[in-house]
Design a binder for this molecule. Structure first.
Ligand code: MG
Length: 220
């Protein structure tokens, strides 16, 4: 299983907690309302892929999309963490792709089924090496951008988040115990883009870093 890295130090991954519709413009492009409280879902740690890796498109899906997200990596855990205390848990930040089999997700939505398949395939959670939290002055004011084959597809700012990291940690820690090695993916801005074999994805978040991946069909 790939390790998480923060400033050259390995952090064993614990869980990957993602947030649905946490940017107003993305909720709009999905034709859904902005939620009144954070909606969480999990990805398995087996879906992690280090930067530079190859995202494998499963045969089960005809449409896989990339979502670029700021991830907070926790260095400490807790339960019922107040928003005012929450940032103490964050050890670092990384660039994250929430890879999504959109057709499977749309079907799950329609059927009222979980998103596990659409979000959980191997290689569906690429993550860059993290930077230490103390190197990022304000995580809610960073430009976030995705290029697919050199064309800009996402271009926004983490200041557009609906629920910010302290609120996400507070809300999540009421549901489940948070632990060191947890990754909290904070949601994607508009411009999610379908990916196909041969594509080169290149995302950057100011002060945090860069995540590059290639795309291939999974042959089995
Ligand atoms: Mg997402």
């Amino acid at each position: 299983m790939p390790q998480l890295m923060i400033a050259g130090k390995a952090v064993p991954p614990s869980k990957i907690l993602c947030v649905a519709r946490n940017y107003v413009d993305h909720a709009k492009e999905m034709g859904t309302a902005v939620p009144e409280e954070p909606i969480f879902f999990l990805k398995p740690t087996t879906s992690l892929l280090p930067g530079g890796g190859t995202i494998l498109l499963p045969r089960e899906s005809k449409r896989v999309e990339v979502e670029t997200e700021l991830a907070a990596i926790l260095g400490a855990g807790g339960r019922d963490v107040a928003a005012g205390e929450a940032m103490r848990l964050v050890a670092g930040y990384a660039v994250f792709f929430d890879i999504t089999a959109r057709d499977l997700q749309t079907k799950a939505r329609k059927d009222g089924s979980p998103w596990t398949a659409s979000k959980g395939f191997d290689t569906f959670a690429p993550i860059s090496e993290g930077v230490s939290a103390n190197r990022v002055r304000e995580p809610h004011g960073l430009s976030i951008r995705l290029r697919v084959n050199d064309a800009v597809r996402q271009d926004s700012n983490t200041g557009q988040m609906v629920f910010r990291i302290p609120q996400l940690i507070e809300a999540a820690s009421r549901i489940m115990t948070l632990e060191s090695g947890d990754v909290i993916a904070t949601g994607t801005p508009a411009g999610v883009w379908p990916i196909t074999p041969g594509d080169v994805l290149d995302a950057d978040i100011a002060e945090v870093g860069r995540l590059r991946c290639t795309v291939a069909a999974r042959n089995r």
